[in-house]
Design a binder for this molecule. Structure first.
Ligand code: PLP
Length: 380
């Protein structure tokens, strides 16, 4: 049903000759071949590469430093397409579209999916990029209490007469280390014939076989999946995965895609290798989850309260007052532990915390020491 709607929109663009296709960029090869055949030098008069620096290879293996233009204006390269294929295969969805960051992916996607005939039902703790995208969506936005399925159910019932209903959540909340019951959320969306958008920025690489994320782990198929390459993948960039129609819709409508220079081909080549490494990193994932269990266990033994419902490597230790969170972080720094104090506006007032993250790099001894230091810094 979603694809039929998106296709209807795309057909409307086609009927007005407004449909565009980034793969048209491969026409540059044909143009170059045509110049060759005539014994002429190929002239690229479409690029913003004013100083001719973008084509410089960092090394023979890494490819061009810059694409020179947006994806729709001759900027698409084989590296983009190959990375998109790798990403779609990773999350088990038909296709993926790259953005310069997950921030850009969220802003572009939410604003494109909105409109007068849409309602966006968004968790109150969704990331700023989702909030900004919803603000630009020209749609009714209903913000529901964190992880509250009953509130989403009521919002969907209230929005019954609105043709397009989107439910938007993160799979693993970056400041709270918790996440929705995705199976129940999918069922709720299906019952209300609503569409599910899941931001997996912090779930990818961490959860599921091959690190394919929480949706894949639970066998939940979102209509729109947002991913980031700047977290567990250790690179930079963002993407949206879903159906082929969604991909085509977004490359026509997501303004952060249409009006932005294509990501660096060289970076995309590196990012693809990083994604492959993240997929193959099951031993590191096992170490990570063993460290998580040890850290959470040690904190609990020491009487440190962590965020209710939190799980996985993001461990919020509640402080409440912003100044006290800052002081706790300073005490930890003085003991050789770098921990991030999180204060408003990153989190709501009165909910300042230490955001501790566990990694696969830590030795078990480090994990125990970390728990002791956190207890000393927060329980005094
Ligand atoms: C849930 C979520 N979505 C999107 C983003 C933005 O990611 P990026 O750093 O790739 O712009 C972040 C990270 O800050 C995030 O936590």
């Amino acid at each position: 049903m979603l694809d039929a709607y998106l296709q209807w929109q795309l057909d409307a663009l086609k009927s007005r000759s407004l449909y565009r296709d980034p793969d048209d960029a491969f026409a540059r090869r044909e143009v170059a071949a045509a110049a060759d055949a005539q014994g002429d030098r190929f002239i690229d008069a479409s690029s913003n590469d004013y100083l001719g620096l973008a084509g410089a290879s960092v090394s023979r293996e890494t490819g061009a430093a810059g694409a020179g233009a947006s994806r729709l204006v001759q900027g698409t390269r084989a590296e983009h397409v190959a990375l998109e294929a790798e990403l779609a295969s990773w999350v088990g969805l038909s296709s993926a579209l790259l953005f310069t960051s997950a921030y850009a992916a969220n802003v572009g996607t939410m604003s494109a999916l909105g409109g007068d005939d849409a309602v966006m039902i968004s968790d109150e703790l969704n990331h700023a990029s989702i909030i900004d995208g919803c603000r630009l969506a020209r749609a009714q936005v209903l913000v529901t209490p964190h992880l509250d399925l009953a509130a989403i159910d009521s919002a969907l019932s209230a929005a019954r007469s609105t043709p397009l209903r989107w439910v938007i959540t993160e799979s693993y909340f970056s400041m709270d280390g918790d996440g929705p019951n995705l199976t129940a959320l999918r069922a709720l969306c299906d019952r209300h014939r609503a569409f599910l958008v899941v931001d997996e920025a912090h779930g990818l690489g961490v959860f599921g076989a091959g690190g394919a994320g929480r949706c894949a782990e639970l066998g939940v198929r979102p209509d729109v999946l947002i991913g980031g390459l700047g977290k567990a993948v250790g690179s930079q960039g963002g993407f949206v995965a879903g159906s082929a129609a969604l991909r085509a819709f977004l490359w026509n409508r997501a303004r952060t895609f249409v009006f932005s220079t294509a990501p660096s081909p060289s970076l995309c080549r590196e990012a693809r290798a990083q994604v492959a490494a993240a997929r193959a990193a099951d031993p590191a994932r096992e170490r990570l989850h063993a460290n998580v269990a040890a850290f959470r266990g040690a904190l609990s033994e020491l009487g440190v309260t962590v965020g209710e419902g939190s799980f996985g490597p993001i461990v919020p230790v509640w402080i409440g007052d912003g100044q006290r969170a800052l002081e706790a972080a300073q005490r930890l720094r003085a003991r050789g532990v770098l921990a991030q104090p999180i204060r408003p506006p990153s989190v709501p007032p009165g909910t300042a915390r230490l955001r501790l993250t566990v990694t696969a790099e830590l030795e078990l001894d480090d994990v125990k020491r970390l728990a002791e230091r956190v207890a000393e810094a927060t329980l005094t």
